[in-house]
Design a binder for this molecule. Structure first.
Ligand code: CUK
Ligand code: CUA
Length: 639
C-alpha cells in the first residue's frame, strides 16, 4: 500500500512538471551561457570536433550529427526503408530486412554503441538494436552503411542492447519481455515460473566485423532493462537491471512494483566461456535470420539459422548473481575504472551505487541473502558502494567524464545532475528542456571518456521550437562540462526519438571514411563497368537492362521490346570515379523507390510495366549542367 501511494505521488509530480513546462520555457534562456553561440559555431568549410551517432527511436534509423554544431550530417537507414538511398527498396538491400517473421522494414532503435579496443571507442562499427522484432545491426563506419543484421531468437523487446565489451569480444543483447521458451500456446496468467528470459552474446570477427550468435544465457522470467559491460577491473562481467522481479503477468503498478528492491544481475561471461568450452551447454532449436551485406558484390544475403547454444543460469554455479537495487532500476552504468555500478531506480529517492570489489568479496565469502531460481542474491549492504542522497526525481541514465565525476539524467525533475564518485556529493545541477532520457559524453560509457561535452536527449519538446503541428521534433541539448559547472550551449532537433548516442572525436572516423567505390573492384554480378557492355537481355518474361550512368548520359537511353506484364530489372552502374558524383534513376510508375547510385557502384530496381506506351526515365540527382539531358525512353508494347 505504501508503494502504491509513493508511485501515485510520483506520477502527480510528473504530471505537474510536464504541464508546467510551458511557463518554464519562456525564462529558460536564463540557463544559457553568454558566449554559447560562438562555442557551438563551426565556420563554413570547417569541420566539427566530434561525431555523434544518435538512435532514431521508432524511425528505425541512425542519425549522424556534428558536435558542437548540432548539424545533421547523415541519416543511415538501418531497420527502415529509405526512399532517398533506396535501402530496403532496391534488390541489393531488401534481404537485410528479412526475419523469421517475414520482411520487417521498421523497428524501434534505442542504443547505438561503438566498437572498442582495450576499453576505448575505436570508430570501426556502430552496433544498434531493433527492439520490436529483436535484431542487432552493425553499421560500418568507413561507408556509413548497414553491413549486417542478425535476429535474436528466444527474445522479445530487445531493449537492453547493443552494448559492447572492452575489445568488442561480444555485442550483448538482453530481452525486455520474458516469454515461453520455446514459444507455445499457454495461459498468460501462468507467466510466473514458466516464462523465461535470454541474454545473448554475439561474438564479433575482429577483421570483418561479422557477428555470430555465440551463446545465450537463460535467466528467470523477470523484465530486464539496461545492460552495461564491465570495464577495466570488471572486464569479463556484464551488469543488467531488472524490474518486475515479482513476475507479474500484468504490469499495472500494484502488481509489478511491490518489491522494495529489484536486482542488478551480475553475469560472469568469462565463466560462461569456460562452461561453453567444457561443453556444459544445451543445443536448442531456435530459428533466426542472419543478413549480411557483402562489401565486394554490394549485395545482401539472408540465411536462416536454426540452433543456439544455451547455458542455464539456474543450473550452472558462479554464472549469475543478483545485487538488490531499489525500486525498478532503469539505467545500469559502470564507471571508467570498472569499480562502480550505478543503478538508477526510477522510483527511488536515492541513487544506489554498487561496488565491484565488495561484490567479489561477498561472492568469495559466500555471503548470500537467499536465492532466486537457484541464483544467489547478495546482501544489499555487502555490495553497496555508496548512495547519492536525494539527487532528483526519476533518475534514468548516468555517464562519466573520466575525471571522477558522474552525470545523471532525471526525467521527472527535468535536469542533469553532476556528482562525485566516492564522496557521492552533488556538485552541480542544470535544467533540461524537458524530461531527459539518456545523456551522452564522448566515450562516457567506456574506459576513456573525452569529457568535453554532454548531450542530453529530451523526451518532451513543448515550446523549444517553432510549432510544427501536433508533432514537434525531440530536442537534444549540448552542455560544456569542462568547468566546475555545466554550461548549456544549444538545442538542436533530432529524428524519431533518440534514446542513446555514441560520440567520438572526429579524427577516429574522418580519415577512415571511404570516398569512392572503385569501379575496377566492382564485383556486382550485374555490373556494367564499360559502355561497351551495355545490353538488354530477355529471359522468359524477365528483362534485364544493363545500364551505365556517367555525366551526362544514361546508356542505353532508348529501350524497346518490353511488354506489359514483364518484370524489368534495371541494373545501373555509375561509371564516375570522382568523389560525390552520384546519379539517380527513376522511371514512371515505379513501385519501388528511385535509386541513388554512388560512383563505382551498381544498384538494381525492379519495374512492372502496366500500361502500353513510351515512358521516360531520368537521373534524379542534379549532377552536371547537362543533368536534365540525362534521360531516356522505354517503349512498352501490348502483351
Ligand atoms: S532507454 Cu530510452 S530513455 Cu530504451 Cu535506454 Cu532509457
Ligand atoms: Cu546524373 Cu543527374
Amino acid at each position: 500500500m505504501k508503494t502504491y501511494s509513493y508511485l501515485t505521488m510520483t506520477f502527480i509530480v510528473l504530471a505537474t512538471v510536464i504541464t508546467g513546462c510551458k511557463d518554464q520555457g519562456e525564462n529558460s534562456n536564463g540557463a544559457l551561457t553568454s558566449n554559447a553561440a560562438e562555442r557551438v559555431y563551426v565556420e563554413p568549410g570547417k569541420f566539427d570536433e566530434f561525431y555523434a551517432f544518435l538512435s532514431g527511436g521508432f524511425s528505425g534509423q541512425l542519425a549522424v550529427y556534428g558536435i558542437p554544431s548540432g548539424r545533421l550530417l547523415k541519416v543511415v537507414p538501418v531497420f527502415s526503408q529509405d526512399p532517398e538511398k533506396a535501402y530496403g527498396y532496391n534488390e541489393e538491400t531488401k534481404p537485410m530486412l528479412n526475419t523469421t517473421h517475414g520482411f520487417i522494414p521498421w523497428d524501434d532503435t534505442h542504443h547505438p554503441d561503438m566498437s572498442q579496443t582495450k576499453g576505448v571507442l575505436d570508430g570501426r562499427w556502430v552496433f544498434m538494436n531493433g527492439n520490436n522484432t529483436p535484431r542487432i545491426a552493425r553499421v560500418d563506419l568507413t561507408t556509413f552503411e548497414t553491413a549486417e543484421i542478425i535476429e535474436i531468437p528466444n527474445s522479445a523487446g530487445n531493449h537492453s542492447s547493443s552494448f559492447v565489451t572492452e575489445n568488442t569480444e561480444y555485442v550483448i543483447a538482453g530481452t525486455r519481455f520474458a516469454v515461453p521458451i520455446p514459444q507455445k500456446d499457454m495461459p498468460i496468467k501462468d507467466y510466473k515460473g514458466n516464462f523465461k528470459a535470454s541474454l545473448s552474446f554475439l561474438s564479433v570477427d575482429q577483421e570483418s566485423g561479422e557477428m555470430d550468435l555465440s551463446f545465450q544465457i537463460r535467466l528467470p522470467g523477470f523484465a530486464y532493462d539496461l545492460v552495461h559491460p564491465g570495464r577495466d577491473k570488471s572486464h569479463g562481467w556484464v551488469f543488467i537491471t531488472t524490474y518486475n522481479t515479482e513476475e507479474a503477468h500484468t504490469l499495472l503498478e500494484v502488481n509489478a512494483s511491490q518489491n522494495d528492491k529489484d536486482f542488478i544481475a551480475a553475469v560472469n561471461w568469462k565463466k560462461a566461456e569456460e562452461y561453453i568450452k567444457q561443453g556444459k551447454f544445451k543445443t536448442e532449436k531456435a530459428e533466426y535470420a542472419h543478413n549480411i551485406y557483402d562489401e565486394d558484390t554490394h549485395m545482401a544475403t539472408s540465411t536462416i539459422k536454426n540452433e543456439v547454444r544455451v547455458l542455464d543460469a539456474s543450473e550452472l554455479p558462479g554464472l549469475v548473481y543478483f545485487l538488490p537495487t531499489p525500486k525498478s532500476p532503469h539505467g545500469c552504468d559502470v564507471d571508467p575504472t570498472g569499480e562502480y555500478i550505478v543503478g538508477n531506480g526510477k522510483l527511488s529517492a536515492d541513487l544506489t551505487v554498487h561496488s565491484f570489489t565488495k561484490m567479489l568479496d561477498a561472492i568469495e565469502n559466500k555471503k548470500f541473502d537467499g536465492e532466486a531460481y537457484n541464483i544467489p542474491i547478495l546482501n544489499f549492504e555487502d555490495v553497496l558502494g555508496g548512495t547519492v542522497k536525494q539527487p532528483g526525481l526519476g533518475p534514468l541514465h548516468t555517464e562519466f567524464d573520466g575525471k571522477g565525476n558522474a552525470y545523471t539524467t532525471f526525467f521527472i525533475s527535468s535536469e542533469v545532475v553532476k556528482w562525485k564518485l566516492g564522496t557521492w556529493e552533488i556538485l552541480d545541477r542544470k535544467p533540461t528542456y524537458y524530461s531527459p532520457g539518456h545523456l551522452s559524453i564522448p566515450g562516457g560509457n567506456s574506459r576513456k571518456p573525452w569529457g568535453k561535452y554532454l548531450l542530453a536527449m529530451n523526451k518532451i519538446t513543448k515550446d523549444r521550437y517553432l510549432p510544427t503541428g501536433p508533432e514537434v521534433s525531440q530536442s537534444a541539448q549540448l552542455y560544456d562540462i569542462t568547468g566546475e559547472k555545466m554550461e548549456l550551449l544549444s538545442d538542436f532537433p533530432t529524428i524519431g526519438e533518440p534514446h542513446y548516442a555514441s560520440m567520438v572525436p572526429a579524427e577516429l572516423i574522418q580519415s577512415k571514411s571511404k570516398k569512392i567505390y572503385r569501379l575496377d573492384e566492382n564485383k556486382h554480378p550485374y555490373a556494367t563497368t564499360s559502355d561497351a557492355n551495355v545490353k538488354v537481355e530477355r529471359e522468359g518474361n524477365e528483362v534485364h537492362v544493363y545500364m551505365t550512368m556517367i555525366r551526362s548520359h544514361l546508356n542505353p537511353d532508348n529501350i524497346e521490346g518490353v511488354k506489359v506484364g514483364d518484370k524489368v530489372y534495371f541494373h545501373l552502374t555509375n561509371l564516375e570515379q570522382d568523389y560525390d558524383v552520384p546519379h539517380g534513376f527513376a522511371v514512371i510508375g515505379a513501385e519501388n523507390s528511385e535509386l541513388l547510385v554512388m560512383p563505382g557502384e551498381t544498384e538494381t530496381t525492379v519495374w512492372y510495366p502496366k500500361k502500353v506506351g513510351v515512358w521516360p526515365f531520368y537521373c534524379t540527382d542534379f549532377c552536371s549542367a547537362l543533368h536534365q539531358e540525362m534521360s531516356g525512353y522505354i517503349r512498352v508494347s501490348p502483351a
